[in-house]
Write a protein that binds this ligand. Structure first.
Ligand SMILES: Cc1cc2nc3c(=O)[nH]c(=O)nc-3n(C[C@H](O)[C@H](O)[C@H](O)COP(=O)(O)OP(=O)(O)OC[C@H]3O[C@@H](n4cnc5c(N)ncnc54)[C@H](O)[C@@H]3O)c2cc1C
Length: 466
């Protein structure tokens, strides 16, 4: 008679959940892994589900391996990939950039390979439904799916990823940037408004033009800043940051500015300096007192983001071409009001520094202003877990409060339950946790922690028998 242990649930099958599940299924041959995904597609997530070939990775292909210990894994996969390379990849002086949809295929291949492996990985099970609740049970949780079914699980990893921004523009012409359907019947004569001028705006412009929308596009944000473009970089040693500078945002910015000047004297671009901070960035963030982290979010974040998260050169070329040709106008402005009319929305904008407002009639409003905060999320599962007292937002309200080994902290400040997270839900705690190079190592380490903890629990526990 074989003992069947209850599975560990991984909730969300984007990059974070898929990789955590793959590592777990290999580390824990004795226990099934239940990977749950509410969208139709596993191993894609928000970032890699796009079919638009102009939606490129904003990280070079050479740094997109899913495995921290096999840095050339994605590059090798690309070499062997039978797809039309000219359509799905762009070779630039700054490096090779692949389409995000192709990266989704890479992750899908990893998942399919694991599912078809004989042995331990066959413990990996897929559940295509939304997890809407986790209720504490004696030996784990009762997991409830949207369809109403329940399953007993030994523990869970929340890999729910980037939260949708809760309050988009209130208008019947408002469009989610990830939803193509409302963009089917666009008129060429009326502008389309994009709120936000970051990478999501760049994506939206590329997708609109690939769909042959020829009308004018207006993009607005408080600072009107566009992401910088990738260029060739050289390795630059991370600056030695004195302990006295670490708790002060101003002191850190001074170090960065000085280092950038030093690099410029040596003929090295600022990008190399920004990239050199990667290994230290989590420690730098955690070393800042809460008030300084808040100051960063208020005053520095918009500037940091455009330097840190850069566009692939072909994406930048689309933006440049559009701006030069008058197809895209970028404004430093705030959206003040929307007045829905028959067939269009009348929007009121206030340009930065201007007293007067400006009225523009637009046919759609795409909200590309950013991702949501846990503190204000309307995500059903997170709201329920918060109301059960099982989780709580981090001190900034951006993500979830966790311990050093990514166990979720409950309302009483304890982290005793078998409940963990990884990826973008760690934004407040780690800050740098949203890109593949940040998450791939996290997935390995978390899988080890979870496997160890569940193995300890299993010792002496019965489970079901078959
Ligand atoms: C548009 C975009 C482009 C990006 N481009 C890059 C890039 O080029 N390079 C890079 O390194 N990073 C990029 N990123 C960062 C990206 O966030 C990470 O690379 C990574 O994909 C995050 O994966 P995730 O699994 O944590 O989150 P997500 O991709 O958001 O996936 C979370 C998944 O969980 C599912 N889910 C959520 N709640 C539930 C529930 N209750 N039940 C079941 N399923 C649920 C969702 O449907 C989703 O599939 C990009 C992000 C975005 C949004």
């Amino acid at each position: 008679m074989r003992t069947i242990l209850p599975p560990i649930a991984v909730i969300g099958a984007g990059f974070s959940g898929t990789m955590a599940a793959l590592h777990l299924s290999r580390l824990m041959p004795e226990r099934p892994v239940l990977l749950c995904e509410k969208s139709g597609a596993f191993a894609r997530g928000l970032a890699y589900a796009t079919g638009c070939t102009d939606h490129l990775l904003n990280v070079r292909a050479s740094n997109m391996s899913a495995f921290p210990d096999r840095p050339d894994h994605f590059s090798r996969w690309l070499e062997e990939c039978p797809l039309d390379r000219a359509a799905w990849t762009r070779s630039t002086p700054a490096g090779l950039f692949a389409a995000r949809g192709l990266y989704g295929r890479y992750l899908t291949d990893l998942l399919l390979a694991a599912l078809s492996e004989p042995g331990p990985a066959s413990h990996l099970m897929l559940e295509n439904d939304e997890v809407v609740d986790l209720a504490p049970a004696e030996d784990g949780f009762d997991l409830t799916l949207a369809a109403g079914r329940r399953r007993r699980v030994a523990g869970a990893i929340l890999a729910c990823g980037n939260l949708r921004a809760p309050r988009g523009p209130r208008s019947r012409y408002a469009v989610d940037p990830w939803d193509d359907a409302p963009l089917d019947d666009l008129r060429p004569d009326l502008p389309l408004l994009i709120v936000g001028t970051g990478l999501t705006m760049v994506d939206a412009v590329a997708a609109l033009r690939q769909r042959r929308f020829a009308g004018p596009i207006l993009a607005v944000s408080r600072h009107g800043l566009l992401p910088h473009v990738h260029d060739a970089t050289v390795p630059w040693p991370a600056p030695a940051i004195p302990a006295a500078a670490r708790p002060s945002l101003l002191a850190l910015l001074r170090v960065l500015r000085d280092e950038t000047r030093r690099a410029a004297v040596a003929g090295v671009d600022w990008r190399s300096v920004v990239d050199s901070l990667r290994g230290d960035s989590i420690a730098l963030w955690r070393g800042l007192p809460l008030a300084e982290q808040r100051r960063f979010l208020r005053h520095v974040r918009a500037f940091w983001d455009v330097h840190r998260h850069r566009m692939a050169p072909p994406a930048a070329a689309i933006v440049e071409r559009e701006r030069a040709g008058g197809g895209l106008t970028v404004m430093r402005a705030r959206l003040i009001a929307i007045d829905d009319q028959a067939g269009y929305a009348r929007v009121t904008l206030r340009e930065r520094g201007a007293a007067a407002t400006r009225i523009v009639d637009v046919q759609r409003i795409i909200d590309a202003s950013g991702v949501g905060r846990v503190a204000e999320t309307d995500d059903l599962l997170l709201r329920r877990l918060m109301s059960r007292g099982l989780i709580r937002p981090d001190a900034l309200g951006l993500g979830l409060a966790v311990t050093d080994d990514l166990a979720l902290v409950d309302q009483r400040g304890e982290a005793n339950r078998p409940l963990w997270t990884l990826g973008p839900l760690l934004r407040g705690t780690l800050w740098e946790c949203t890109a593949v190079p940040d998450i791939r190592g996290q997935a390995v380490e978390l899988a080890r922690t979870v496997a160890d903890r569940l193995r300890d629990v299993a010792t002496g526990m019965g489970g079901e028998t078959a």
